[in-house]
Design a protein around this ligand. Structure first.
Ligand SMILES: [Zn+2]
Length: 289
């Protein structure tokens, strides 16, 4: 894949691992360097100036990204992969390093089937309260595990609980090349409200450019997916990986509402476009596993 290979050159060439270029699209991202040239007045974010962080992306079409956190789960993630295959949907998995180390074969299957893998830390701590050294160790150990499983590095990172500071986003991008990926649709599936409610929340809150949070470690979330996918596809939405969604990002321009897809871009999150969002802790104190 073209985007994979251009990213792979950047990340893998120094390690002499180019021959490990996978057919799956693990590392897709625009080819701009992580650290832009410093200028007196940096240009505003645009489609060609990748942002450090996204909670949604301003896109012209009905494109959205499903994301699944905290796996892989030995039992549930393969079930989810079966469902995604039936619907021809590519998703993004933000994996816990510990779980990935136990089930590299699930990561390999996911990438083989067109999904993207991102780093979700080794043990799921809240970064914002931690020293740089500890955050670095959490990310590095998981990065190493993903690379050992797949032969390539991720380009996306999601901080557990969305807990991260603006300063951390910057040095993590500079050191690891990661973009920080948050979300604008949260069905609170970790509270296990039942599949029908998970589906309803996702379907009613999703807009073009949405990044949808969910977890492939809860049975109810997996059960909710067929109806969720049916209803989102009936509304005209098309599913892409987060890196694909970012690659479609367009600068914000004055625009008429309601002419960009199945639903207007009316939520505050999606109207921000591809831009750096402030540090957020959408769910402080959550105790998801
Ligand atoms: Zn998580």
């Amino acid at each position: 894949m073209k985007t994979f290979c251009s990213a792979a050159k950047r990340w893998l060439a120094p390690a002499g691992l180019l021959s490990l270029c996978l057919t799956g699209c693990l590392l897709a991202q625009p080819s701009a360097a992580p650290q832009p040239t410093v200028t007196a007045t940096p240009p505003p974010p645009s489609a060609t100036t990748p942002a450090l962080s996204y909670s949604a992306v301003h896109v012209d079409g009905p494109y959205i990204a499903m994301t699944f956190d905290d796996g892989p789960s030995e039992k549930l993630t393969p079930e989810l992969l079966d469902i995604l295959a039936q619907y021809h949907i590519h998703a993004t998995f933000f994996v816990i390093g510990k779980n990935a180390a136990e089930h590299p074969e699930i990561l390999q299957r996911a990438v083989r089937e067109g999904h993207e893998i991102g780093n979700h830390s080794w043990s799921h701590p809240a970064f914002a309260k931690m020293s740089d050294e500890k955050v670095r160790a959490e990310l590095q150990k998981t990065d190493d595990t993903i690379r050992a499983a797949l032969g390539g590095r991720p380009v996306l990172m999601r901080p557990p609980y969305g807990s991260i500071t603006a300063r951390q986003k910057k040095w993590i991008n500079a050191e690891f090349g990661y973009r920080t990926i948050l979300w604008d649709v949260d069905p609170l599936d970790w509270k296990r409200p039942g599949p029908a409610i998970v589906t309803h929340r996702i379907v009613t809150e999703t807009r073009p450019g949405s990044i949808i949070l969910s977890h492939d470690i809860h049975p109810g979330t997996i059960k909710a997916m067929p109806a969720t996918f049916d209803q989102l596809q009936a509304k005209g939405f098309k599913f892409v990986t987060v890196s694909e969604l970012i690659a479609m990002g367009r600068p914000m321009l004055p625009k008429k509402m309601g002419d960009e897809g199945p639903t207007p871009l009316s939520s505050p999150a999606t109207s921000q476009g591809p831009t750096t969002v402030p540090a957020v802790s959408p769910s402080p104190g959550l105790t998801t596993p």
